[in-house]
Structures are given as structure tokens and as C-alpha cells.
Design a protein around this ligand. Sequence first.
Ligand code: COA
Ligand code: ZN
Length: 311
Amino acid sequence: MKRGAEQIEINEVAPRDGLQIEAAQVTTDAKVDFVDALSACGFARIEVSSFTSPKAIPALADAEAVMQRIVRVPGVIYTALVPNLRGLQRALESGVDELNLVMSVSETHNRANLRMSREASQAQLLAIIEQANKVGVPCNVSLSTVFGCPFEGDIAVDEVMRLASTFVDAGARGITLCDTTGMAYPNQVASLCEEVLHALPQAGLTIHLHNTRGMALANAVAAWQSGVTRFDAAAGGLGGCPYAPGASGNVNTEELVHMFECMGVATGVSLDRLLAIVSTLPQLVQRDFTPVLLAAGPRLKLHPAPAEIAF
Ligand code: COA
Ligand code: ZN
């Protein structure tokens, strides 16, 4: 089997991508406790919240309070999603370590999610990168729907490459290829990741997968084999975009960690600590669900042999 890197980095996005779509009212205290618990797991990055319009994403309207109250663990990069210049001001005032800017490669999804044209989004993001670079705050740009859009279908690879290189040239430190509604499949992921890594080796590539159609882990392996070393993932497989029909959870962090650790790839994440957090998620989001790895346990969690069998 073709191997990728021996070590990968995980960006835990459940506090943002996960909580943005939950119907439950999660208190600021509970969000802070969630992020603080995640901080002890060994993630490279945690996406804490988003500085979006509270009308668009009411669940994350308390981004300032959450950012202010979390206990920052040295070595963890605390990021937040920013869609426009107003969001930039709020994020800078809150002292985020890195900004995660967002726009869609699909015109229709961009208008649904961000209520502006792609041209307007691109202009805002370029202005944000310029201002953030002046004050030394790095920007990552997440490009939504690159593997398919629920309104437009397949997305032209040339458009993905054009936008990625525009932002890298403008000084973005990272590009995330987002499979917003789980439309990606493994050889498509491999092909686009290889193209970006080849054409833009300085892009700081991250892959953001959703498991809408059960292909997220297969896509993660394909990305890893292509040379990708940074993965977004959400504990418990929470997540989804409220402005993309049919969107559901991100690739599940504990499954991603478990899979890569089985394969001998270091993730830096403590699976035990993470599973302890995952067991609290149904209470956090106030709905019942059973994360499969929590139910089954890691693969070498063995069971006593049945008493009646004889050797
Ligand atoms: N933070 C807080 N408030 C903001 C804001 C921001 N980043 N951007 C705009 N607003 C406020 C404005 O002040 C204005 O408030 P008012 O009605 O009290 O005057 C209102 O929102 C509308 O502003 P406008 O610039 O017209 O924004 P819009 O309604 O066209 O929405 C976005 C544009 C980008 C702000 C909004 O669509 C958004 O936040 N989208 C994020 C979607 C998202 O996070 N999706 C999931 C992740 S990909
Ligand atoms: Zn997402």
C-alpha cells in the first residue's frame, strides 16, 4: 500500500462546524468547557467559533465570549472562521491565533451561504489577508464545495486552482479543500490534492471532509496517500453547513485518529482523552446518538471468551 506521511496534524472543528448546525442552545460555559477539554487532547489546531453574522449563524453568536474565556494551551493554534471584513475586526479584537477565511468555489453556494457573489467574497478575503498580514495574523482560506456543489454539481478544477493560487499569491498561509456536503470520492480527492500539492507546494494544504455518503475515511486515506498531512475533523462526527441542503457531519475525529494510529501514522492526539469527550457530546448537543467507535471501543479492546467454549 502506498504510504503518505508518518505524522499528520488534526484541526478539531467541532466547536465551529459541529455546533453551528445544532438546534440545541449550547451555553457559552459548555462551549468553553468543550474547547478546554479538546485542548488537552493534542490537536495541532482547534477551530473555536466563527465571527459570522449572528442572524446567519445564531448558534455561534457568542464567539467573543468563548474566545476570551478558553484557557489557551501553548502549542495549540486557536482559529476561528471569518467570512467578511466585519468578522476580521471581531476576530482580531478577540486575539485568535489564525483566521480561517471562507468562500465557495460554487457561485450558487457562495450566494446561499455568504449572501454575496464569489467576486465580492474574493475581494473581501483579499482585503482581509492584506490587513491580517500587516498585524502578523496568518490566514487560511477554506474553499467550499470543491468536490461538488449540491446546487451546481461538479466544480471545474481550473476554478479551484485559480482561487487557490490567487489566495496563496496574496499571502494566505494555508488552503483548505472542503468537501462541504460529502460529494467527494477517493480518486477525485487524490487527483485534486496531487494537483494542488504539485502546483502550489507552498499552499499549506488541509483537507476538510464530510461523511454525508460514508466516504470520508476512504477520502482521508486517499488524501494522505497523495501527500496531505493536515486534516480537519469533528469529534463525534458532528457538523454541517446550514446553507447546503443535505449537509451532515464532518469526518469523525476519533475514527480518523483510530484509523491512522492503527496504520502506524502518528496523529499527536490521545484517543482515550478524545473518547472521554465524545461520551459527553450527546449531552452537549442535547440529542441522542451513539458514536460507533465509542460503542465498539478501539480494535484491541478485547472481550472475555464465552464461558461455555472449551479449548
Ligand atoms: N459579524 C457580526 N455581524 C455581522 C457580520 C459579522 N461578521 N457581518 C455582517 N454582520 C451584520 C451587519 O452588521 C448587519 O447587521 P444589522 O442588520 O444589525 O445592521 C447584518 O449582519 C447584515 O449585514 P450584511 O453585510 O448585509 O450581511 P449579510 O446579511 O449579507 O450576510 C454574511 C453576509 C457573510 C455576514 C453572512 O451571510 C454570514 O455570516 N454567513 C456565514 C455563513 C456560515 O458561517 N456558514 C457556515 C460555514 S461555511
Ligand atoms: Zn464543513
